[in-house]
Design a protein. Sequence first.
Length: 396
Amino acid sequence: MRAGGFRDMWALDPGVLYLNHGSFGACPVDVLEYRAALTRELEAAPMEFLVRRLPEMLQAALDYAEKLVRAEPGSIVFVPNATHGVNTVLGSFGLRPGDEVLVGSHEYFATLNACRIHCERAGAVCTVVPMPFPVSGPGDIHDAFLSRVTPATRLVVVDHITSATAFVCDPAPLVAELRGRGIETLVDGAHGPGMVPLDMGTLGAAFYTGNFHKWLCSPKVCAMLYVRPDMQERIHPLATSHLPCDFDSGQTPFRIEFQWIGTPDPTAALSVPRAGEYLASLLPGGLPAVMQANRALALEARRLICDSLGVEPPCPDSMVGSMASFELPWIDPPDPPMPDWVWMDPLQRRLLEEFRTEVPVSYIRRERLRLLRISAQLYNDISQYEYLAESLGRML
């Protein structure tokens, strides 16, 4: 197993072949050291750092994030993770009894849970839309949602990149169609920033949330929540702290409410520009070149593993970003299900214990889908997927 050409720039355990960047990301050593320096500055002078310096530093980080995703000024706030962003929107949207929220069956389980809980609390209806698998293109997914729209539908929660199946599902056409019908969209872009180019203005969604600690490789825990300007008055943080009437800072009320929610550790958010700039420095074409290189590796690895397993890819190449999924023969997981840290799919466990390879195997139970997913980051190379294919061939 050769290490990727950039392997030493990450702090990953050299004894494990890590093909699971998509789950939690991985932060380069340079960015970890940058964050550590910020932490030392904060602890040396908490008042100076948090009260006097933080507003300007945070504004610079937000400016970078807005340029990265082509968002209108003042429309991005930092949240801990995409799950937090989803719950923030659902908690503020103003669901009423009888309203309907549509969410896809391939959504990450935490988002599915959030949709169900917030709908229950509001007396609204959460409708889980069965997603097709395999797919011929994003239109299959869009059609599945549109076929379930009713007069009661007020919000549609849709993936940009699905979690277990790893489909890149360009949401723009669906967003436009729904908006034309008076229905707003929350795009779960947990994997979006750093994997695919983003343009919030062109997308037109009311809400978009995405992690920076995954494909942009920022420190954990850091994500963005975008709220379209016309929707900002109705969206508030999950915890109330400072209010717009507390400050005359020139910031929008939306920004003020999210900027200080109790004593923060802002160092992950402040490291976002460093992470993006560091990644961009690794290839001559900057971040676009990094995205292209990761996608090319994921496609090459997908072809190799599909050939090795004798299976067809579940989606066209156009729907592949930096991850790819493969269907495995179904086995019955524990019922009731246990958390991943208690129970691990036998194949995933063997890959880790016998072949020192970290790759996730997940389940979509209602559709009896068992899926292995690979990720591709600059620290990976094709020889690692060849080793995975050989290991799978010995076990399956």
